[in-house]
Design a protein around this ligand. Structure first.
Ligand SMILES: [Zn+2]
Ligand SMILES: [Zn+2]
Length: 307
C-alpha cells in the first residue's frame, strides 16, 4: 500500500452519496429508537446525587475498558470481523458475550455491517458513510435503516462463518440478547448490593449502591461505548491525517486513537484490514493491540497477524 505524507485535516461533509438501498424506504426503526433512547435517558440519572458513589465511577471506568476493549474492539472487530488472531472457542464466545452486553446488536449483525463497510467503504452500499451526512453516519443509519428485510440476505453474504455456529444464531435472537443484557445488569446490581449491604447489613445501602453501579457502570458506560464505536464510523472518515493512500476517506484521528482503544487509527486499519495492529507510528498508542499481545502472553491468543 502506498504511503502518503498528507497530513492536512480534510472535511468531506455533505458530498451527497445516496443512502444505501437498505435505507429505502426511509422509516424510523422503532425498537432501536426505544432502546437507544431509553439507555440515553437512563444514563442522565448520573446527574442525581442519590446515584453517586465512587464504586459507581470505578465501575464506569473499568467497564469502559472491559466492554469497549474486550467486547467491541478485540472481540467483535479484530477477532470476529477480521480474524486477525485465533483464540480458544470458549474465550471467543466470552468476548462475543461481552460485546453483546454493549447493546450494539448481535455479533453476527455487527460483523455483517462492518464487513459490508469494508467492502464498499465510502461508496453507496456502505451502511454508514459520512458522505451521506455526518449525523447519518453517527446514528441516523441505526435509527432509520430498514434492515429487517435484508437481514437474512446480508448474513448469507457476509457472515456464513458465524451463522454456521449455533452459538451465534442463538445470540442473534432478540430474546436471548435481552436475557444476556439483563443477566449482566443483575450481576452489576448484585455486586453493588453486596458492597452496600456488607458493612452494616443495611438493605437500603445495598439497594442504593446496586442502583449506583447500574446507573454508572451499565447505563452511562453503555452510552459511552456506543458513541465511541459510532464516532469511528463518522469522525474517522472525516477528520484526521493519512499514513496510507487508500481509495476511501479513512483517517487517523489522534483523539479517537487514544480514547477508543486504537480504533481511531482508522486509515491504518483500512490499509491493513486483517492486521491486529492498528497503531503504525510510535505515537499511535493502540491499547486494543496491546491487549491482544497480553492475551497472547496468557495463552489466550495465537497466530496474531501484525504485518
Ligand atoms: Zn474493520
Ligand atoms: Zn471505516
Amino acid at each position: 500500500m502506498r504511503q502518503t505524507s498528507e497530513s492536512t485535516p480534510r472535511l468531506t461533509l455533505n458530498r451527497n452519496v445516496d443512502l444505501p438501498e437498505g435505507a429505502r424506504p426511509l422509516r424510523i426503526n422503532l425498537p432501536y429508537l426505544i432502546v437507544i433512547g431509553a439507555v440515553h435517558l437512563l444514563s442522565l440519572l448520573v446527574l442525581d446525587p442519590w446515584y453517586f458513589s465512587w464504586a459507581g465511577v470505578l465501575s464506569l471506568v473499568f467497564g469502559y475498558f472491559l466492554f469497549g476493549i474486550l467486547g467491541i474492539t478485540v472481540g467483535f472487530h479484530r477477532l470476529l470481523s477480521h480474524r486477525s488472531f485465533e483464540c480458544p472457542k470458549w474465550f471467543e464466545y466470552c468476548l462475543a458475550l461481552l460485546g453483546t452486553c454493549c447493546l450494539q446488536e448481535s455479533a453476527v449483525w455487527w460483523v455483517s455491517v462492518h464487513r459490508r463497510h469494508h467492502l464498499h467503504t465510502d461508496d453507496q452500499p456502505d451502511p454508514h458513510t459520512p458522505k451521506a451526512g455526518m449525523l447519518w453516519s453517527h446514528i441516523g443509519w441505526l435509527l432509520l435503516i430498514n434492515r429487517e428485510s435484508s437481514r437474512k440476505e446480508t448474513y448469507h453474504r457476509f457472515t456464513r462463518d458465524l451463522t454456521r455456529q449455533v452459538f451465534y444464531t442463538w445470540t442473534d435472537n432478540k430474546l436471548v440478547m435481552s436475557l444476556i443484557v439483563a443477566i449482566h445488569m443483575f450481576v452489576y446490581f448484585a455486586v453493588g448490593f453486596g458492597l452496600g449491604w456488607l458493612p452494616q447489613g443495611n438493605v437500603d445501602s445495598g439497594v442504593r449502591m446496586g442502583s449506583s453501579l447500574i446507573v454508572w457502570g451499565v447505563f452511562l458506560r453503555t452510552v459511552l461505548v456506543m458513541h465511541a464505536a459510532w464516532s469511528i464510523n463518522s469522525i474517522t472518515h472525516l477528520w484526521g491525517y493519512r499514513n496510507y493512500d487508500v481509495p476511501d476517506d479513512s483517517r487517523n484521528n489522534w483523539i479517537l486513537g487514544l480514547l477508543v482503544h486504537g480504533e481511531g487509527w482508522h486509515n491504518n486499519h483500512h490499509a491493513n484490514i486483517n492486521s491486529a495492529r492498528f497503531g503504525r507510528q510510535w505515537w499511535e498508542l493502540d491499547t486494543g493491540y496491546l491487549t491482544i499481545c497480553l492475551l497472547q502472553k496468557l495463552g489466550l491468543a495465537r497466530n496474531v497477524v501484525s504485518h
